[in-house]
Design a protein. Sequence first.
Length: 365
Amino acid sequence: MSHYPGTERERRIPWKVLQTTVAGIFQACSMSGEDAGLLAETLVQADLRGCHSHGVLRVPEYVLKLKEGGVDPAGKPLVAHDAKAASVVDGGNSMGQIASSFAMREAIRRAREYNLALAAVRGSNHCGAMAYYAMLALPEDMIGIAATNALPTMAPWGGVDKILGINPLAVAIPAGQEDPIVLDAAFSGSSHGKIRVYHQKGESIPSDWAFDADGRPTTDPAEAITGLLQPIGGYKGTGLALVTGILSTLLSGASYGTELGNMVDGPQPGRDGHFYLAVKISAFVDLSEFKGRVDGIIRQIRNGRKAPNLDRIYAPGGLEAETERRYRREGIPLNGATLEGISRSAEALGVDGSAIRGESPVEMR
């Protein structure tokens, strides 16, 4: 029986309740408590920052990967090649979030000694929103850079064959008194996950997000899902996707482009690749001076003249930081289809999903 018959029934769920329930679901898929908690945290963090395309929407998909899709719920990443500031991490066919967190923390650890360090990852799987990993560098007063390959959903500029991934890149830069600058962007007008959200809601998408299967712009999310994603900036977007994909895969020996799989048959498990870089700022410039200058850049953006009907200008990451603070207080708004997916996954695995279904009282904390 459907607990949420209409996708229009949005509800707010306290983030701690959501994270606890989702962690329980993944632990019921034979993940360790630590790994299940980390995986749940990465998804809820995406939702907290308003990136619902990479949040708990993914729970049923990830359950399928762990139960039937060939991903090892007990997979453990390790350093396969050690070259001081450079390392290759083998993800052990773990969930991408497990391999990616390990790799970024490894890059940070090495950057403490070598001032900057890069970890190239192979043997991984879909890893969610890249901002999470870039932001791991912020408490260390480092710049974090994170990138990944993705299933081919774009064509080279002028083509109609899906041979390029949108291959997102995230950069996190610490500030002083202001929120950090955090850019997390794929090289397409939108992601498949965001288009799925529009499809769930029965809403049209902007005309510059996707092409249909014949390369014509479309506003129909169903046609977009079976068609092509549009690159940002025309040929520049496909070029950036190309080089980001190469950096994310060829340095570690992971699968590139169509080697990874396709949107119909899905990815080959354990063949994703990622790229993580940590830069210790104090090795280059006085840290307080750097942070002060970043604050100045953010304030200059915020105080600049605004276009008509615009109340505020944000530097990258500013709106997401505000959203996170609000959602932590008020709960995370999730549509009925997403809540239904979590509820069904919990029920199938014998996990208590009553709070997600609204059957037990919850507090906003």
